[in-house]
Ligand binder design. Structure first.
Ligand code: SIN
Length: 280
């Protein structure tokens, strides 16, 4: 057996795991991978050759699979979503900071994204460490935030008047009922590590519960600017064979849209989560 190596990917965000074949993980290696996932929030792998079947098998070791109705599916498996941008398309999916499915009552636990076709340059994905983001706040602000909940929704994106309706990916919405809304604590306790995490995101958090959108905006903007500071983020450059696995409760991500005229295709499997609990 090769020696599994886990190291930080950057100072404040992400881990790099090497010495493993994700398509053939022993139970012992899977435990190392899972521990790294929990420790770093997002972990990256290079030089993998995962078939769609191996991608599915790996996801099932993390939990049950969620079908995201927005994405097209691969022709082989409806559990595998295609995150695809064609050369003629201008809009990409996930081009702003967000946490997947925070508009669901029980948001997704995480995702496994596999590179399939990459542009000649660009198309990186940024990640943000939301546990470090919370740790960096003052004790006073932490206490205030722990008393708050926030409204999350996707209506401004997927609804009748939503942003995506006005773009060249509007056809992805056709005939689908995708609108969701949920209320979550602003600071959650990670169900497995017990860490405190700032659980608001620019993509889906609309306002604090009991506050107006105008009242919420200055504090949300402050939290977003602190969270997305350079020290707290990392940028993953995809290569053929790259895989990223992220914990959706403790990270944000953003797909950089800087490769117009070229095709980019990744396969994503999303894994089911558990109800979120407020930090004490
Ligand atoms: C996403 O899952 O939001 C897309 C990430 C990416 O395309 O890099």
């Amino acid at each position: 057996m090769q020696q599994v190596k886990v190291e930080p990917y950057s100072g404040g965000c992400g881990g790099l795991v090497s010495g493993v074949d994700l398509g053939n993980l022993t139970d012992e290696e899977f435990t190392v991978v899972r521990d790294a996932f929990l420790q770093y929030g997002v972990i990256f792998f290079r030089h993998q050759q995962l078939s769609q079947e191996q991608h599915l098998a790996l996801a099932r070791r993390f939990g049950s699979i969620v079908i995201n109705k927005f994405f097209p599916e691969t022709s082989e498996y409806h559990e595998i979503a295609e995150v695809r941008k064609e050369p003629a398309q201008k809009t990409n999916i996930g081009g702003g900071w967000h946490t997947d499915h925070s508009y669901d009552e029980i948001p997704a636990m995480g995702s496994i994204l596999v590179a399939r076709e990459l542009p000649s340059s660009g198309g990186d994905t940024l990640f943000c460490n939301m546990s470090a983001a919370f740790d960096g706040l003052s004790d006073g602000l932490k206490t205030t935030l722990k008393g708050l909940s926030a409204i999350h929704s996707n209506e401004h994106l997927y609804g009748e008047q939503g942003l995506y309706k006005k773009t060249d990916i509007a056809d992805l919405l056709h005939g689908k009922d995708l609108v969701g809304k949920a209320v979550h604590p602003v600071v959650i306790e990670h169900p497995e590590t017990g860490r405190e995490i700032l659980y608001v995101n620019p993509g889906h958090t609309r306002r604090f519960d009991g506050w107006s959108a105008a009242e919420s905006k200055p504090l949300l903007d402050y939290l977003y600017s602190v969270a997305s500071s350079a020290e707290n983020t990392c940028r993953f450059r995809w290569e053929p064979g790259s895989v990223a696995i992220w914990d959706n409760r403790s990270t944000w991500h953003l797909a950089v849209n800087d490769y117009h005229g070229e095709r980019r295709l990744l396969h994503r499997i999303t894994i089911d989560g558990a109800p979120l609990k407020a930090a004490a």
